[in-house]
Design a binder for this molecule. Structure first.
Ligand code: ATP
Length: 462
């Protein structure tokens, strides 16, 4: 890791807090590890990300419909999916500083690949063999406890009124796609969809992550955007290739720089998977998973058929043949997309010897689209005119009215949150009915008649 990269992480975390993008959760009580809140600008960005995803996945697709399933589900779902028995990460503890660590990550940092499928014993063996080369990332210590599998499902006491902890817990969902699988039949029966078709949803998921230390990259509560596409077994790989292409293009359309993205193929597939790739983003700590695009075979519906006793097969009405649909999935995270975008748009520039930090968000993702300033706050006529413009523009866009400090300072504040346009009402405006519009990226200023302002911004912003 170079200093520059470490720097970028620090700068982004600090900007995110200072400018209301991301706050640590319940901070006045010392926070809660691995949990974050989106602030007043952050929520706008997160909503814009979700809007773009929904538009691509649902609005523009005749063959994909939306869903909003509950966080709590029948605990059998998690048995059928394999999460109760197998959704775990290998855990060790540093004997000196007692920090908990993920063994697969420690090994990976040394170029040793630990497979998801390995048993506790197997991974313990590899870890013992390489332990001497590995130091605790916190204190440098070299003494670790034996590796234990640590289940990531988060339990609740929902419906448990006796306080009997041995009773089956109701889990907080560990991924949103299980809600899709268990609703597959409801969607099919209540719609005119035919295979191939998809179901998409955005929602919270919870995982008891062992290490949650990379800002919003790995959190214990997070939001997923998942689409599961149901296909005939013979179509699986062809549809999978299409989905991979679409997902790559989606990130480019979102404005992410292509050089910061790459595909990573899963070398050791879980037994049911046909093929699996991740789209990785170049975060300040290196390329890491942003989204998974997987061909899952018939595993999910077969398991749920078995455990629920419901027939989840599909009947092709043309040839009257029955089969269990195969599934290809796109699974991404709001937080990881948010973080990737923050890294991607962060810019520092020097203007006349002064540093400006400018977040060059694509316009559709900028939390505030237009800022409106009266040149001076103690001139009622300017304030009144600027307020009039603000009241008009806010009907179409998230706008901000700012009359505090000199214009240069106000520009810098808007640059830091990535506002594409600033509109200033000055003394000339009172005579010529025109305002100054300043462009975030070029910093060029243009005089625009107030009568044309709405149309001008519409052309620029849409
Ligand atoms: P990793 O290997 O990084 O733990 P994963 O392979 O377990 O991730 P998936 O189960 O494939 O992740 O989840 C799909 C997507 O959900 C990920 O690509 C990521 O965007 C998001 N996601 C998963 N876990 C987290 C988390 N703890 N915090 C934030 N986002 C997450």
């Amino acid at each position: 890791m170079t200093n520059k990269k470490e720097n970028l992480m620090d700068k982004i975390v600090s900007l995110a807090k200072r400018r209301g993008f991301v706050f640590p959760s319940s901070e006045i009580y010392g926070g809660l590890a691995g949990v974050y809140d989106y602030g007043y600008y952050g929520v706008e960005i997160a909503n814009a990300i979700k809007r773009e995803w929904w538009k691509t996945m649902v609005q523009l697709r005749e063959d994909i419909v939306g869903l909003d399933s509950s966080i709590f589900m029948n605990p059998k779902v998690w048995e059928a999916s394999g999460h109760v028995s197998g959704f775990s990460d290998p855990l060790t503890e540093c004997k000196s500083c007692h920090i908990r660590l993920r063994v697969d990550h420690l090994l990976e940092d040394k170029g040793i690949f630990a497979d998801e499928k390995m048993t506790e014993e197997e991974i313990n063996k590899i870890f013992s063999e390489h332990k001497s080369k590995i130091g605790c990332p916190k204190c440098g210590g070299k003494n670790f406890t034996d590796v234990k599998s640590f289940n990531l499902l988060v339990k609740s006491n929902l419906g448990n009124f006796t306080g009997d902890l041995k009773k089956d817990p109701v889990y907080l969902r560990g991924e949103t796609c299980q809600g899709i699988y268990v609703n597959y039949k409801n969607v099919l029966d209540s719609s005119r969809l035919k295979i191939p078709f998809g179901i998409a949803q955005i929602g919270k998921a919870f995982r008891n992550e062992i290490t949650a230390r990379q800002f919003i990259f790995r959190t214990r509560e997070f939001e997923q955007m998942e689409m599961q596409y149901f296909v005939h077994p013979d179509q699986e790989m062809e549809e999978y290739e299409k989905l991979r292409k679409d997902r790559w293009q989606y990130y480019l359309d979102l404005g992410i720089k292509e050089e910061n993205l790459k595909w990573k193929k899963h070398e050791n597939l879980v037994f049911y998977a046909k093929e699996a790739y991740d789209i990785e983003y170049k975060y300040p700590f290196g390329f890491s998973e942003l989204e998974g695009v997987h061909a899952r075979g018939d595993y999910d519906l077969t398991q749920h058929s078995k455990f629920s006793g419901e027939d989840l097969s599909y009947t092709d009405l043309i040839n009257n043949k029955k089969y269990i649909p195969h599934i290809i999935e796109s699974s991404s995270g709001v937080g990881r997309t948010f973080f990737a975008i923050l890294c991607d748009v962060y810019n520092e520039e020097e203007i006349n010897g002064e540093k400006r930090v400018v977040m060059k968000f694509p316009k559709k993702l900028a939390p505030i689209k237009v800022a409106i300033f009266p040149l001076l706050k103690n001139k009622p006529k300017l304030v009144e005119k600027a307020r009039e413009i603000y009241d008009l523009l806010k009907l179409d866009y998230m706008c901000e009215f700012d009359d505090n400090g000199n214009i240069g300072k106000r520009y810098r504040r808007q640059d830091e949150i990535g506002t594409p346009y600033c509109v200033t009402v000055d003394f000339d405006s009172l005579d010529d009915e025109a305002v100054t519009v300043r462009d975030r990226d070029t910093m060029k200023q243009e005089r625009v008649g107030m009568g044309e302002l709405v149309k001008y911004l519409e052309e620029k912003l849409n």
